[in-house]
Design a protein around this ligand. Structure first.
Ligand code: ADP
Ligand code: ZN
Length: 528
């Protein structure tokens, strides 16, 4: 077969001539040298760090075609278009193509007419596809989104497991694996599963100093979001993430009614509308997208001034990846998240009812717990976030907890009041209730439901009247986050955990974070 010839002999020349940039960023130059010299590399670099050039340039420096494994089929087309526009001969193979299109790409590859070939992972796991690749000359393998090989990660794809075999089949072809997800566990799993123990590991800093992290207690999310946008980001481009399609639509509509140029975006909208929305976001100023996670992968807009979450992300990795879309231009930007009791109840419930096996649910629980710990921390958010990715740092001075250090208070007594109410309902009545009813009992608030159940006769009736509904909801949320309380089933009925027993027995104190907005007043704290 004919090999695609090397297009350049010098990396800097390729950078200027093809991509029009003056200098390499961060570790790009070292990574490119490693791979173009034939070595393997594992690259952990945050979103927007410039991972693509790390394999695109070596592919231009080496003879043969760079084979890029990417799970983001929807993006292949755009990536290839962008490369062709700057004169790189690129193509892709995936399931969206007709047999004729595929045949023509395959012919070009075998004839040595391609610098880069993007390919979906499920293709590479077939023997037929590997035999086809053997008919051409491979300059390198790039494995993008390499964290997909990690079963512990948040984005596992079984097809990635087969990529470990590339090392045996093509021992002389350099491999570069890239990801923006860099927990210790995923790093280790990528190394093992992709056989990269002998590769050089390039670990960039994950800090985004220009992004200010803020997490607030959720009580009226749409109104809170609007206030936040009006106060700090009027007229700015931003992305708002929500978990459900319905929430994205309602939120976008609410923002529009209040003068914010917002558009919903989710997988249920037709392709033409999604494309229109995306192109408005990229080309016009000050468009706010309210989206499910379907939006953002591969979107390269440098001046996104804020990323807001109105629902709790399922993992720290996801949160970091989504907030990473803010401020790629290095200018001050905000990552704002509102989260509340309902988020914890809902997500614990989703995990409980998820179809996977026990190990899968445990992983999801661990992801959620890490996210909750970040939300409830009294320390610097950035220290927590970077610590999660294995990087040490000191208090940043540019997150909400640094700017207004939260007080913590001893919530043992209110926690005991709440837990004993749950115990009594169970023991004396054989009943379980969600947070709402339990809080009504604590506050001694008569409703149709408390009368119906005769809850006024419980000995804990009204023993928590010193705290407001809002404060109790904050307490329940924090107890759930700390695992001192559990919420089970579809209705999030409250239940005890092993830790609850120790709190009730007075063997364990419960420290709670003072909620910034409506903190318990001094007197009620003393009373508690
Ligand atoms: P990642 O894949 O790490 O999220 P990309 O490869 O998409 O990041 O790069 C992010 C943006 O930075 C792109 O617009 C890219 O063209 C730009 N970029 C990458 N390297 C450089 C560089 N050396 N100089 C200037 N811009 C760069
Ligand atoms: Zn901080």
């Amino acid at each position: 077969p004919r090999a695609a010839p090397a297009r350049f002999s010098d990396a800097a020349e390729a950078l200027h001539t093809v991509f029009g940039y003056d200098r390499f960023r961060g570790e790009q130059a070292a990574i490119i040298r490693q791979v173009s010299d034939g070595g393997d590399a594992l690259v952990l670099m945050p979103t927007g760090g410039g991972k693509s050039l790390c394999y695109q340039i070596p592919a231009l420096l080496r003879e043969g075609t760079g084979v890029v494994v990417s799970p983001l089929i929807a993006l292949m087309h755009d990536q290839v278009d962008a490369l062709e526009a700057v004169g790189v001969r690129a193509a892709y193979l995936n399931s969206t193509q007709s047999p004729a299109e595929r045949a023509s790409v395959e012919r070009a590859y075998v004839a040595g007419e391609l610098d880069l070939l993007y390919i979906a992972p499920e293709r590479l796991s077939s023997e037929q596809a590997k035999r086809f690749l053997e008919r051409g000359t491979i300059a390198l393998f790039a494995i993008d989104e390499a964290h997909c090989v990690s079963q512990w990660g948040h984005d596992f794809r079984p097809d990635y497991l087969a990529l470990g075999e590339l090392a045996e089949r093509w021992p002389d072809v350099p491999r570069i694996a890239l990801t923006a997800t860099a927990t210790e566990v995923t790093h280790r799993e990528i190394t093992e599963r992709l056989h990269l123990a002998d590769a050089r590991h390039f670990v960039s800093s994950f800090d985004r100093p220009n992004v200010q992290y803020r997490i607030v207690a959720k009580n009226d999310p749409r109104r809170q979001l609007l206030d936040f946008i009006r106060a700090e980001h009027a007229g700015d481009a931003g992305i708002v993430y929500a978990l459900s399609r319905a929430t994205t639509e309602k939120t976008a509509e609410f923002l529009r009614q209040n003068g914010v140029d917002a558009e919903p975006y989710h997988a249920g909208l037709d392709a033409a509308q999604r494309a229109r929305t995306q192109s408005r976001f990229l080309r016009e100023d000050g468009v706010v997208i309210v989206a499910t996670i379907a939006f953002g992968m591969g979107i390269d807009k440098p001046d996104v001034r804020f990323v807001a979450h109105v629902d709790l992300p399922k993992s720290v990795e996801g949160y970091y990846q989504e907030t990473g879309r803010a401020g790629r231009d290095g200018e001050p930007s905000t990552a704002w998240l509102a989260y509340g009791l309902q988020d914890v109840v809902q997500q614990r419930g989703l995990i409980e009812r998820s179809p996977g096996d026990l190990a899968h649910r445990r992983r999801q629980t661990a992801h959620l717990d890490a996210m909750l710990a970040l939300c409830e921390t009294v320390g610097c958010r950035r220290v927590d976030l970077l610590g999660y990715f294995g990087q040490q740092s000191s208090a940043c001075g540019n997150c909400d907890t640094c700017l207004t250090p939260p007080e913590s208070w001893d919530g043992t007594v209110p926690a005991q009041k709440l837990l004993s109410t749950v115990v009594r309902l169970k023991r004396e009545r054989g009943q379980s209730f969600g947070a709402g009813q339990t809080i009504d009992i604590l506050r001694g608030k008569t409703t149709a439901r408390t009368e119906q159940w005769g809850h006024e006769r419980l000995s804990t009736w009204g023993i928590g009247a010193d705290l407001s509904d809002q404060q109790w909801r904050g307490i329940v949320r924090q107890l759930l986050a700390q695992g001192v309380l559990a919420a089970a089933g579809e209705y999030g009925t409250l239940a005890l955990t092993d830790a609850s027993a120790r709190v009730l027995a007075g063997e364990r104190a419960v420290m709670l974070r003072t909620e910034p907005d409506r903190a318990p007043s001094r007197s009620s704290r003393r009373a508690a």
